[in-house]
Design a protein around this ligand. Structure first.
Ligand SMILES: Nc1ncnc2c1ncn2[C@@H]1O[C@H](COP(=O)(O)OP(=O)(O)OP(=O)(O)O)[C@@H](O)[C@H]1O
Length: 252
């Protein structure tokens, strides 16, 4: 299975800070985050609402610019890159499973799923595309357009679209949030297979079951990584989440 890059650490953040607004209304969403996501790893990012999870994902993907610090994506320092350069870098190496990354309404399921590969100037691998669509349970819907699908089915098309192009990095924000338990497990299994093939996944989730499929879990509080967990179990993740406030207070 070919991957698009051989960079050993495709995503790296060094002392990344992100402050929204100014003066009294300023919010420090990331308060100095340094973390490396090596190739072939699956990382879950967890923490309370407002702890900076989405901001971390957006800064790592070059969708948002840090106030200070450095982000390196597939070997490229994002500082000073213009929107065209960032778009090209993402098109070549990155996929997103975000609620806000909408499907193309005029295209059917199969066309939506193959679009990123075509935009990156590559020929879709039909057998792999069929397999990904089957794994998300949409084989009977390939000729349907998004408007003819339920919300959960649309989410599954977005997942298939992200995985079909075999990007070096997948950023996912609550990818299994809208799915039933069986489909969610199928999707998490599919993500694990991609990781085994060398791809890198960074996933924001509130769900300890989803996080337990990752290799490593980062726990954020108030824009800081307060602890990490390797080989997470559902119970260990749930217990750490329940005690995150204490952990953050001990570190202050
Ligand atoms: N565009 C923005 N302008 C101002 N403040 C923002 C903006 N985006 C995020 N914030 C603030 O930054 C902080 C971190 O937000 P972020 O969305 O990263 O948190 P999160 O952990 O993903 O939360 P949730 O689990 O609720 O999605 C919050 O206090 C939020 O209000």
């Amino acid at each position: 299975m070919p991957t698009t890059t051989s960079v050993a650490t495709p995503v790296q953040l060094d002392a990344v800070r992100k402050t929204y607004g100014r003066g009294e209304s300023a919010v420090e969403a990331l308060a100095g985050v340094s973390v490396a996501f090596p190739a072939g790893t699956f990382t879950a990012v967890m923490g309370p609402s407002g702890s900076g999870k989405s901001t971390l994902l957006h800064c790592a993907a070059g969708l948002d610019t840090p106030t200070s610090g450095q982000v390196t994506l597939v070997g490229t320092d994002l500082k000073g890159k213009n929107e065209t350069q960032l778009t090209e870098l993402r098109r070549e190496h990155v996929a997103f499973i975000f609620q806000s990354f909408n499907l193309m309404p005029a295209l059917n399921v199969e066309q939506n799923v193959t679009l990123p590969t075509l935009l990156a100037g590559r020929a879709p691998d039909k057998a792999w595309v069929d397999q990904v669509i089957a794994r998300v349970g949409l084989s009977q819907r390939v000729k349907h357009r998004p408007g003819e699908l339920s919300g959960g089915q649309q989410q599954r098309v977005a997942i298939a679209r992200a995985l079909a192009a075999r990007p070096a990095v997948v950023f996912a924000d609550e990818p299994t949030g809208a799915l039933d338990t069986t489909t969610a497990l199928e999707v998490l299994g599919l993500m694990r297979e991609l990781v085994s093939a060398g791809q890198t996944i960074v996933m924001v989730t509130h769900d300890p079951v989803a996080a337990s499929h990752a290799d490593n879990v980062l726990f954020l509080v108030d824009g800081r990584i307060v602890t990490q967990m390797a080989s997470p179990s559902v119970d260990a993740v749930a217990s750490t989440l329940a005690h995150l406030g204490e952990q953050a207070r001990r570190q202050r």
